[in-house]
Design a protein around this ligand. Structure first.
Ligand code: WT7
Length: 650
């Protein structure tokens, strides 16, 4: 007998949003305004004239000075809304406090320990102004870099907005990374000021962030001031002349602050992400185009209206949070939920309780979270009234059809279409995604957003009719990254030179007979562990920086909940012997070097790693072995006997 899922997939059924949802959607209204009558017509018209599309949407935002051109495209360099004067914070806050929206709640924040805070647009505006004035008082000027190393507390968006307001460039470092990772990023960006917290809660434990960061602060030569938020009350040592309390520096600041008019193309932030080498890439986004891209997608993909309660359950330390917890929802003027802790803490009720408590209507999360709750079982969501939900979203990794169906049935009660959105740190906004008027297939990200030309090509760059290939984007989009910080050559080499003038995403995908896209995963040595992007090279370099380790090879192993888990093979230097204790020490070492998310699930000690005759570690072979696939031709290896020994680590 076929399982329900198999039956569904066989039937190749399409899931359509309800008539009501479609009819009242923002996209439907937008189309009606231009006399567009179908999804296909929309895609056609937008593709024929992308500048028309983006110009219309950019006009919905406020510009201090209008732009002269929508786009200058000199591949691979794009400038959008050239000549325009703009500040994203003017659009996210300043303009709202002049309207009724002033008293609308911007954020409902819930701490892991149950504490709740609500900030209206007016409250947020004031706090941002005070922090912006404080930063100016510390000598932070337009173009200066500020590192923000904060967990999911309200001071995080406040700090980001305060930087953007005065034209400083923020670089947020995910609070789950450890001090060394913070130091590396702060030094690359040569930050003048950094902002952190005494401690924060994770699964009932306090993580002492300030104490951790103290280890590296003396090795960040550009750093003049460290601002510390008091949150968990953990004991800290404040270094006189360098460390200041957040509360103390904002205390006497003016509640008004002039927003810096920026050029549309001025940098807004740097966000470091993993590439194929051990050195993270500083992805640079700008004020104008970024704002237009993320505003447009949140409005048209997630269909947010004034009465919605939006919960994007990501961490602001990643691009999802930058775009869809901080900037886009504020530009739209909606109410967002922000939650500090783990979704299943203290038990698997937590996530559903939050949706019920605040009447969340649009919910956006990652497949790993869905699979985690699938394992706990549907009895948990069933205990809660989730009827406020009308639309769901997924991001970060491919969602398997089983998880899609579970989400659809047990969370959305078959009433809520699922927007499975494909995008990246580099793209800034959702690029391949359904709209609330499109038919869905479980596991497919549907089609490119209006104006976006995406394709799947072979190694020579020729479009592939059937099967998997490189996912590429052939046209520019407003919120594309403009460069890699201080590394313009790597920007060109890593993304635009394999197929000149075409953006190489690093993913493998296929397009089906209906033109629907199916993302299959990364093509390069980048892992996706529970929606977190980690390069194998970074983990390897952390492992070999431990004095007992001679060599290390890291590959991803498929995992039912996390998508992938980190699997490492290590050879030891002479005089060191494998032991469970050494495994433990190595895990601890990687936690400190990168962060808990990079700690290998599996460490195997071996005498030898499979290598080519020129001495290159053959990760392809190790990967095949770990996945249980055929290892293929290994006759070119210098030491083929090492392959079987991977099955029996020491
Ligand atoms: C990589 C980008 C985009 C915000 C979160 C991750 C994978 C992302 C999907 C999706 C399948 C996806 C890709 C991509 N990915 N969304 N809907 N379906 N895969 O941002 O850390 O820059 O990672 O995440 O592999 O390249 P990121």
């Amino acid at each position: 007998m076929l399982s329900e899922l198999e039956a569904l997939l066989k039937e190749n059924r399409l899931f359509s949003p309800s008539e009501d949802l479609m009819k009242n959607s923002n996209i439907q209204k937008w189309m009606a305004h231009y006399g567009i009558t179908s999804y296909d017509e929309l895609l056609q018209k937008a593709q024929n004239d992308p500048e028309w599309f983006w110009d219309e949407l950019a006009q919905e935002l406020e510009w201090y000075q209008p732009y002269e051109n929508v786009l200058k495209w000199d591949p691979p360099h794009a400038e959008w809304f050239c000549g325009g004067k703009f500040n994203i914070v003017h659009n996210a806050l300043d303009r709202h406090v002049k309207t009724w929206r002033k008293n609308k709640v911007a954020y409902i924040w819930e701490g892991e320990s149950g504490q709740v805070k609500k900030l209206t647009y007016h409250d947020l505006h004031r706090k941002v102004n005070q922090m912006a004035n404080a930063l100016r008082g510390l000598g932070v000027k337009k173009g200066d870099r500020v590192s923000i190393y904060l967990p999911m507390i309200l001071e995080l968006p406040i700090a980001m907005l305060a930087c953007a307001k005065i034209g400083a460039i923020h670089s947020v470092v995910f609070s789950g990374f450890w001090a060394k990772a913070f130091q590396e990023r702060a030094n690359d960006a040569k930050v003048k000021v950094a902002i952190t917290v005494d401690g924060f809660y994770r699964r009932g434990k306090v993580i002492p962030l300030k104490e951790n960061v103290d280890e590296v602060l003396d090795d960040i030569p550009s750093l003049e001031t460290l601002i510390v938020v008091k949150h968990a009350g953990s004991p800290v040592h404040m270094k006189p002349g360098r460390d200041l309390w957040w509360e103390e520096i904002i205390h006497e600041q003016e509640k008004e602050c002039i927003t810096e008019p920026m050029d549309s193309e001025d940098p807004l932030f740097i966000l470091y992400t993993s590439g194929t080498t051990g050195k993270p890439k500083g992805v640079v986004h700008v004020h104008g185009g970024y704002a237009v891209g993320i505003y447009t997608t949140l409005k048209l993909v997630f269909d947010l209206k004034d009465q919605d309660i939006w919960w994007c359950a990501a961490d602001i330390g990643w691009i999802t949070g930058h775009s869809y917890i901080v900037y886009a929802p504020l530009i739209m003027g909606v109410t967002s939920v922000m939650y500090e802790g783990a979704p299943d803490y203290p038990d698997p009720n937590r996530l559903w309780e939050i949706i019920e408590e605040y009447c969340v209507s649009v919910f956006y999360t990652a497949p790993t979270t869905i699979r985690l709750f699938m394992k706990y079982g549907e009895k948990w969501p069933q205990k809660h009234d989730l009827s406020s939900l009308r639309l769901l979203g997924s991001v970060g990794e491919p969602i398997n059809p089983e998880a899609w169906m579970w989400y659809y049935k047990h969370v959305g009660n078959r009433q809520c279409p699922i927007m499975d959105t494909w995008w990246q740190t580099e793209t800034g906004m959702q690029l391949i995604t359904p709209l609330p008027i499109t038919s869905l297939k479980p596991g497919s990200v549907v089609k490119p957003f209006p104006t976006i030309k995406a394709d799947v090509v072979d190694n020579k760059g020729n479009p592939i009719g059937e099967g998997g290939g490189h996912l590429v984007i052939k046209t520019p989009w407003p919120s594309m990254f403009r460069t890699l910080y201080k590394d313009p050559d790597r920007y060109v080499d890593a993304y635009w030179s394999t197929f000149p003038g075409v953006y190489l995403s690093g993913d493998v995908a296929r397009i089906d007979e209906d033109g629907y896209f199916w993302i299959q995963g990364r093509a390069d040595d980048v892992l996706n562990v529970a929606g977190h992007r980690i390069s194998t090279a970074e983990v390897e370099s952390a492992l070999v920086s431990y004095d007992a380790v001679a060599e290390a090879a890291v590959v991803g192993k498929p995992d039912q909940v996390k998508g992938e888990e980190i699997c490492s093979f290590v050879t030891l230097k002479k005089g060191f012997d494998p032991s469970p204790r050494l495994k433990h020490l190595l895990r601890e070492h990687v936690r400190r070097e990168i962060g808990p998310i990079a700690s290998p699930a599996f460490i195997g000690f071996v005498e030898d790693l499979p290598k080519t005759r020129s001495g290159k570690i053959m990760r392809r072979v190790i990967k095949a072995k770990v996945k249980g696939d055929d290892v293929g031709d290994i006759t070119t290896l210098a030491n083929p006997e090492a392959v079987d020994k991977l099955d029996h680590p020491l």
